[in-house]
Write a protein that binds this ligand. Structure first.
Ligand SMILES: *[C@@H]1O[C@H](CO)[C@@H](O)[C@H](O)[C@H]1NC(C)=O
Ligand SMILES: *[C@@H]1O[C@H](CO)[C@@H](O)[C@H](O)[C@H]1NC(C)=O
Ligand SMILES: *[C@@H]1O[C@H](CO)[C@@H](O)[C@H](O)[C@H]1NC(C)=O
Ligand SMILES: [Cu+2]
Length: 246
C-alpha cells in the first residue's frame, strides 16, 4: 500500500518534470551577504514567507502587452510578505534554476512604491532599468548574449543598486527575454520587495520610467525578432528604456 502510493506520487512527479524544466525563474537572491529564498512555485502560497511576490509557473509570458508582465502570474502579495532592507549601492545577485536558454537579453528594473510595496498593484508602478545586457559579442545566433553569460555564471546575475538612489520602498524586477524561438518572444519576470536605506536623494526623471505592460510592444525590434532569418547580424536593440545609474 505504502509502496504503491510512493510509486504513484513518483509517477506524478516524473510526468511534471518535463513540463517545468524547460523554463523557470528566480529562485533566490543575495543582497550583499544576505541570502533570501524566493517564493516556491507549484506550491500553495499558504504559509510561504518571502521577499518575492508570488509566481505560479515556470512557463514564459509570450505577449509583450500581457496584463501580468509586471511581476509574473499571479504577482500577488503573500499573506506573509517580507521586504529585504538593503543599503543603496549594494550588489544584488539573483539565482535562477538550471537555466535552459542562452539567447536573449537580461534586464533588471526597480520601481518606487509610493504607498508601500505590499499594497502596490505592480501594473501601476513606474519602473526604471538599473542593468541590462543584450548581445555581448558575435552574431545573433552564435554570439554571446547576456543570458549566456548568466548561464555561465552559475545561473545568476549580479547588479548594483544605484548608490545615489533615494531611500524608501522599492520593487526589484528581474527579467529574461528569451528569443531562441522565431515565432514568439518569451518573457520571464520575477519581482521582490526592498526597503532601500541610505542618504541618497536621486530619482530617475520621467524619461526613464515605464509600466508593465506598456514598456514593450510587439513591433520593438528586440521583441519580435527571427534571429535565424538575420543570422549574420551583430546588432541587437534591447527593449525598454535606457539604464538609469543614479
Ligand atoms: C550557485 O548558485 C547556488 C544557488 O542556485 C548557490 O547556492 C551557490 O552558492 C552558487 N555558487 C557560487 C559559487 O556562487
Ligand atoms: C550568413 O552568412 C553566410 C556566410 O557568408 C551565408 O552563407 C548565409 O547565407 C548568410 N545568412 C543570411 C540569412 O544572410
Ligand atoms: C540591427 O540594425 C538594423 C539596421 O539599423 C535594424 O534595421 C535592425 O532592426 C537591428 N536589429 C535589431 C535586432 O535591433
Ligand atoms: Cu523555456
Amino acid at each position: 500500500m505504502k509502496l504503491s502510493l510512493a510509486f504513484a506520487s513518483l509517477a506524478t512527479l516524473v510526468s511534471q518534470i518535463p513540463l517545468i524544466s524547460a523554463h523557470g525563474g528566480v529562485l533566490s537572491y543575495k543582497f550583499g551577504d544576505a541570502t533570501y529564498q524566493g517564493f516556491v512555485p507549484y506550491n500553495t502560497p499558504v504559509g510561504q514567507t518571502s521577499i518575492q511576490r508570488e509566481w505560479d509557473t515556470y512557463n514564459p509570458i509570450t505577449d509583450p502587452t500581457d496584463a501580468s508582465l509586471s511581476c509574473n502570474i499571479n504577482g500577488a502579495t503573500l499573506a506573509e510578505q517580507l521586504s529585504a532592507t538593503v543599503a543603496a549601492g549594494t550588489q544584488v545577485t539573483a539565482y535562477w534554476n538550471a537555466w535552459p536558454h542562452t539567447i536573449g537579453p537580461v534586464m533588471v528594473y526597480m520601481a518606487a512604491c509610493p504607498s508601500g510595496c505590499s499594497n502596490a498593484d505592480t501594473s501601476t508602478l513606474e519602473f526604471f532599468k538599473i542593468d541590462e545586457a543584450g548581445l555581448i559579442s558575435g552574431d545573433l545566433v552564435t554570439g554571446l548574449w547576456g543570458m549566456g553569460e548568466l548561464v555561465q555564471n552559475n545561473n545568476s546575475w549580479t547588479s548594483t543598486i544605484p548608490a545615489s538612489l533615494a531611500s524608501g520602498e522599492y520593487m526589484i524586477r528581474h527579467e529574461l527575454l528569451a528569443i531562441h524561438t522565431s515565432d514568439q518572444p518569451q518573457f520571464y519576470p520575477e519581482c521582490a520587495q526592498l526597503i532601500i536605506t541610505g542618504s541618497g536623494s536621486s530619482t530617475p526623471s520621467s524619461s526613464y520610467l515605464v509600466t508593465f505592460p506598456g514598456a514593450y510592444s510587439a513591433s520593438d525590434p528586440g521583441v519580435t525578432i527571427d534571429i535565424y532569418a538575420n543570422e549574420n547580424e551583430t546588432n541587437y536593440t534591447i527593449p525598454g528604456p535606457a539604464v538609469w545609474s543614479g
